[in-house]
Design a protein around this ligand. Structure first.
Ligand code: ZN
Length: 101
């Protein structure tokens, strides 16, 4: 497990979550992406397409920042038929996987 942080797109509060390192992030959005299934941070989010965060800020004691309480979405890089699904803006210009024969 690794500890990763995301920034709330509404108020710039940083939230933190532990998750498996193999999962790749695609983007953080204010609205859910079409076709994605999200899990809450207390659910089986590693089996979902992304996570719906509620902006509650850092765990108590680590920061004085308070979150705004709004929901935002982390989208994993997902694959369909061996190719990266192209359904939203990416965090970065990463090389595209192309498995065409
Ligand atoms: Zn926020």
């Amino acid at each position: 497990m690794v500890s990763v942080t995301y920034t709330c797109p509404y108020c710039d509060t940083v939230v933190e979550i532990d998750r498996d390192a193999y999962l790749a992030d695609k983007s953080v959005t204010r609205e859910p992406l079409a076709g994605y299934e999200y899990s809450s941070t207390t659910g089986a989010y590693e089996d979902a397409d992304g996570i719906d965060f509620v902006c509650i800020g850092q765990p108590e004691g680590t920061s004085s920042d308070d979150g705004c309480g709004r929901t935002f979405y982390l989208n994993y890089v997902t694959f369909e038929n061996g190719r990266e699904r192209d359904d939203g803006p990416s965090l970065e210009d990463s090389p595209r996987f192309d498995f065409r024969p």
